[in-house]
Design a protein around this ligand. Structure first.
Ligand SMILES: [Zn+2]
Ligand SMILES: [Zn+2]
Length: 384
């Protein structure tokens, strides 16, 4: 592994980032650390793109080919439950998605590539804020990421807990799902708890909607396709002895294709209409895509897989991995430029195997050298 000698440094950087997590465009600590380190490596630094976003530009030789590699720098509003020495110093803030590791791996690759000249062209190191709310990539693009910098293709990585440490996966086409937030408001007619026949109980109507929505994935979606409909809130204005007149149902639907997403939306609207009409109550439904599907281009998926095979061998490389139902705002970058999103195993033990966004999850330090060496391999391969 090319970045092996950086191991201790990478662990130190990652732990420092882990102790100082910040969220959505507030990531000053990570942003300053990244900018200072890139400068120290002799890389040209462009800070302040989308507030805390940073782009480092490293050019060698005379070639005019270029590659962009993106890492996300934001944390989550979660109270960390881990008890190790480098746990979060900030209440209700935690690197529970491993973006501290993603940032560190890209920094490691930047240091190595700045010190070694085995490529000909330009590498753009993209450090992006606010991945979790899906505004970071979009804002960086609005503030000139692709108009001010000439980036031919883009790549990004996510660690996957409970997947063999350092094993690699990607695929052509959809690799992560779209996120679609919905809200259903039902306006019934409340009343006295002892006189239900005088009103229309919103809970009875809302519950029928909630149960019926579960039939979309189980009975409407082709079992060979993937989709999710999750109701996450059910709020009424009822009291102990007062039937509610209103119910608000919110939730999150995921889909791996446009057709599936349209099918979920259409059926949801139809079910709400049918149930509400049966009870003669009014309603409205909003269904909004907050994060699109990440689509990998064939050529970039092949390049990403080729680099993994050279670094990790056939056995640890899967060029046709199962897509994931989480969503990822790198989708917005790869919709503008040819790109590929890759996955790497975070290990199968202890906190490294806990799900992303769990309060006892942790990024695996043993992945730092592997992941940063992967970026080096890919950059050198693409800019030969
Ligand atoms: Zn996350
Ligand atoms: Zn993440």
């Amino acid at each position: 592994m090319k970045t092996k000698s950086l191991h201790n440094k990478l662990v130190e950087w990652r732990h420092d980032l882990h102790m100082n997590p910040q969220i959505s465009f507030e990531e000053e600590y990570a942003s300053n650390k990244v900018a200072n380190l890139l400068k120290e490596f002799g890389i040209v630094v462009h800070p302040g793109i989308a507030k805390t976003g940073v782009v480092g530009v490293l050019k060698k030789g005379k070639g005019n080919k270029s590659i962009g590699i993106r890492a996300d720098i934001d944390a989550l509003p979660i109270n960390e439950k881990n008890t190790f020495s480098y746990k979060s110093k900030i209440e209700n803030r935690m690197h529970a998605c491993g973006h501290d590791g993603h940032t560190t791996m890209l920094l490691g690759a930047a240091k190595y590539l700045a010190e070694n000249s085995n490529f000909d062209g330009t590498i753009y190191f993209i450090f992006q804020p606010d991945e979790e709310n899906c505004f970071g990539a979009k804002t960086m693009i609005e503030e000139g990421l692709f108009s001010n910098f000439s980036i031919d293709e883009v790549y990004a990585m996510h660690n996957i807990p409970n997947m063999e440490l350092g094993s690699f996966g990607t695929r052509k086409g959809a690799i992560t799902a779209s996120e679609n937030l919905f809200e259903i408001n039902i306006q019934a007619k409340g009343g006295h708890a002892a006189l239900p026949h005088m009103g229309v109980d919103a809970i009875t109507v809302g519950s029928q909607v909630a149960i019926a929505l579960q039939s979309i994935v189980s009975r409407k979606l082709n079992p060979a396709d993937n989709g999710i409909v999750s109701i996450t809130e059910f709020i009424t204005d009822g009291k102990k002895n007062v039937l509610p007149g209103k119910v608000k149902i919110t939730g999150d639907a995921r889909a791996l294709s446009k057709t599936t997403n349209e099918m979920i939306e259409k059926n949801m609207k139809q079910i709400v209409k049918g149930v509400c009409e049966a009870h003669e109550v009014s309603y409205d439904v909003t269904y909004k895509t907050s994060c699109p599907i990440t689509l990998n281009d064939s050529e970039q998926a092949e390049s990403a897989t080729k680099a993994a095979k050279s670094l990790l061998g056939e056995k640890k490389t899967n060029g046709n991995i199962e897509p994931r139902l989480f969503s990822e705002d790198f989708s917005i970058m790869s919709a503008e430029k040819p790109g590929c999103f890759v996955l790497m195993g975070n290990g199968t033990k202890g906190s490294n195997a806990k799900p992303l966004h769990a309060a006892d999850y942790d990024f695996n330090d043993e992945l730092l050298v592997i992941g940063s060496s992967y970026w080096v391999e890919l950059a050198e391969q693409q800019l030969k």
